[in-house]
Design a protein around this ligand. Structure first.
Ligand SMILES: Nc1ncnc2c1ncn2[C@@H]1O[C@H](COP(=O)(O)OP(=O)(O)OP(=O)(O)O)[C@@H](O)[C@H]1O
Length: 264
């Protein structure tokens, strides 16, 4: 749950413009799906939101404050390739962030705090359908299960902002539908602000409350040299309002007297 303000950011690498004139204001709890041609800078934009990449100019503000110069626990990220620790069990992968956050010199929780972290991990695993797999290792899970674990791991630090870089790109279509349901449910429950890069336009419109299209266009109509990408379309979907209207419409239809052929 965080507002994000992106103020006129630009990035050039080795003199090559990657992004330019990117402006965006996102209110807390929005789900922004990001689409655009391959190589236009979508992942780079996510990396900037995470502070893995600094813009050449412009600013990013989170809740009105300039974003921290390094990644912080309030911003979680999930990549397309399952980014879990292969040498830890499923439950161990979820306890690890709490270990790191413990402040202990050994980066490990002990005693009651460890038991509490394990109980929280088990509760999360039950919620995402991995309860029976708690003591397995990631290599013993399917791709969809590993990605569920990666999402759970990102959520275990209770981030205010969740960044997803093509999180379902490597999964079969059937499994994707399950993952959509999981992600939607978690988003509604936590009301995190979400940014998700995807190549699947259907997925973008299904999950997003807002669809941002990145493209390289020149403000001068294309005469000058290479351009960086910017946000060319910002589609606000008003999903909540549309759902409320649809429900109200359905209720009206249900309440209306049935029309017969003689009414016509
Ligand atoms: N550290 C870097 N050094 C040099 N070039 C970079 C670096 N990071 C990104 N780029 C370039 O920036 C451009 C945008 O890359 P990015 O991965 O953000 O695109 P993308 O839209 O996410 O692509 P895709 O959809 O294919 O994943 C590419 O041309 C890439 O080569």
């Amino acid at each position: 749950m965080s507002t994000v303000d992106v103020q006129n950011i630009a990035l050039s690498i080795g003199g090559v413009p990657i992004l330019e004139r990117v402006n965006l204001s996102v209110t807390s709890g929005e789900f922004c799906a990001i689409v655009g041609a391959s190589g236009c800078g979508k992942s780079t934009f996510l990396r900037m939101l995470l502070s893995q990449q600094r813009p050449s100019s412009g600013a990013i503000l989170i809740d009105g404050e300039t974003v921290a110069p390094e990644p912080t626990p309030d911003r979680g990220i999930v990549f397309q390739k399952y980014s879990v620790f292969p040498h830890l069990t499923v439950a161990g992968n979820l306890v690890l962030p709490a270990d790191f956050a413990s402040g202990s010199p050994l980066a490990r929780l002990f005693g009651a705090r460890r038991r509490n972290a394990r109980a929280a991990a088990m509760a999360m695993l039950e919620k995402i359908g991995l309860g029976p797999h708690a003591d397995k290792y990631p290599a013993q899970l399917s791709g969809g299960q590993q990605q569920r674990l990666a999402i759970a791991q990102a959520l275990s630090m209770k981030p205010k902002i969740l960044l997803l870089d093509e999180p379902f790109g490597a999964l079969d279509p059937g499994i994707r539908a399950d993952m959509h349901e999981l992600l939607s449910g978690l988003w509604k429950e936590t009301r995190m602000t979400v940014f998700m890069v995807t190549h699947d336009i259907g997925e973008a419109f299904k999950l997003g409350t807002r669809v941002l299209v990145f493209d390289k266009i020149r403000p001068d109509g294309g005469k000058a040299g290479p351009a960086g990408a910017t946000i060319t379309y910002d589609l606000k979907l008003d999903r909540e309002q549309r759902r409320a209207r649809a429900l109200a419409g359905a209720a009206l239809v249900a309440a209306a007297p049935a029309r017969t052929a003689n009414d016509a």
